[in-house]
Design a protein around this ligand. Structure first.
Ligand code: NAD
Ligand code: UDP
Ligand code: UDP
Length: 323
């Protein structure tokens, strides 16, 4: 009898209408897979998926991951969760529920389907780190009761659940710790630093630097990140993570502002606003694990990625996109 079993999978992407999720879906469809996107559109937008309307291998489902989901799939990427501090602090209880109850439901689904599951974790599990750069074996420095805690502790608890389902139920897990990622399809009113600075510069509005701008971040272009996801998901069952995925080149926020002003040719002025509570002072991934295990490292350097992202926002603003 011929073997009709396909190499292509039916893949669930939760949070797939968001910035990173929509890019991931494009990659999975390009590879020939079927994709089911489950998203409650809290921060995501159907606009990010507009170009997929006529693709018969793509399906969108409006669904909140804090509720159970019974579908038939071969693999899961769990990305559902607001990622910008402005958004995750808007309804902090829902943020923790999304990370924790959402992880339980996605893990329950993976257990029933006996399928591999990927978790979009975050560098925020390291909090305001005392180890620099951050390696995966660092346990972090996280305030459990602050305004960022709904996100940080929610994501930490989700990691705990992933590793307990792995140990207790033998689940095949892949946990990625994502560092600041930027690129096309970020929401212009998302509140994160790259989108804020670019939109402000293009509109000629003041560039809002929180604190003195000496805090650092390491910015990864979205295409590099998605490549890391695909490679991590393709590893053998011995690799569970957690694995740092990010660009290890570190910039101060002030330096980022200078690059954006230069590349947009903008005359926007800098304004200094108070630093938010518990804002990490420094962040830079040690990516040696990903380099060894995935033969992966980011290819797109900051200015190149900023040019692409500026082009995207420029186009949006010219269309009079409602901010
Ligand atoms: P995003 O806000 O653009 O995307 C998140 C998506 O999740 C949105 O489409 C949103 O509508 C959806 N969502 C939120 N709550 C949901 C719920 N309860 N049920 C179903 N869908 C829900 O953010 P992003 O930058 O694309 O982030 C994607 C994932 O990567 C998140 O889990 C985030 O925590 C993680 N991450 C991102 C970064 C980054 O720099 N972008 C860094 C670390 C981790
Ligand atoms: N779940 C789901 N889809 C499934 C299977 C489970 O959403 O296909 C949810 C369900 O809400 C359940 C949770 O995942 O409460 C955890 O499932 P698990 O089997 O681990 O636990 P139990 O059902 O025993 O509580
Ligand atoms: N930030 C800033 N101006 C802004 C938005 C953010 O100076 O308009 C700073 C913020 O205080 C933080 C860094 O930029 O130190 C990155 O912020 P973002 O919200 O993008 O991500 P985080 O890494 O803090 O989750």
């Amino acid at each position: 009898m011929p073997n009709y079993k396909s190499a292509y999978k039916r893949i669930l992407v939760s949070g797939g209408a968001g910035f990173i999720g929509s890019h991931l879906i494009d990659r999975l469809l390009e590879q020939g897979h079927e994709v089911l996107c489950a998203d409650n559109l809290f921060t995501g937008s159907k606009r990010n998926l507009d170009h997929l309307h006529d693709n018969p291998r793509f399906e969108f489902m409006r669904h909140d991951v804090t509720f159970p989901l019974y579908v038939e799939i071969d693999e899961i990427y769990n990305l559902a969760c607001p990622a910008s501090p402005v958004h995750y602090q808007h309804d902090p209880v829902q943020t923790t529920k999304t990370s924790v109850s959402g992880a339980i439901n996605m893990l329950g689904l993976a257990k029933r389907m006996k399928c591999r599951i990927f978790q979009a974790s975050t560098s925020e599990v390291y909090g305001d780190p005392t180890m620099h750069p951050q390696k995966e074996d660092y346990w972090g420095n996280v305030n459990p009761i602050g305004t960022r805690s709904c996100y940080d502790e929610g994501k930490r608890c989700a990691e705990t659940l992933f590793f307990d389902y792995h140990r207790q139920h033998g689940l095949d897990i892949k946990v990625a710790r994502i560092f600041n990622t930027y690129g096309t399809r970020m929401h212009p009113a998302d509140g994160r630093v790259v989108s804020n600075f670019i939109v402000q510069a293009l509109k000629g509005d003041p560039i809002t630097i929180y604190g003195e701008g000496q805090q650092t971040r390491s910015f990864c272009y979205v295409d590099d990140l998605v490549e890391g996801f695909i490679r991590l998901m393709a590893t053998g069952t011995d690799i569970t993570g957690p694995m740092n995925l990010g660009n290890p080149v570190e910039f101060s926020i002030r330096e980022l502002a200078d690059h954006v002003l230069d590349l947009t040719n903008s005359s926007s002025k800098l304004v200094f606003e108070p630093l938010p509570d518990d804002d990490p002072q420094q962040r830079k991934p040690d990516i040696s694990f990903a380099k060894d295990a995935l033969d992966w490292e980011p290819q797109v350097q900051l200015r190149e990625g900023l040019v692409k992202t500026i082009g995207y926002f420029d186009h949006l603003l010219r269309q009079n996109y409602a901010l």
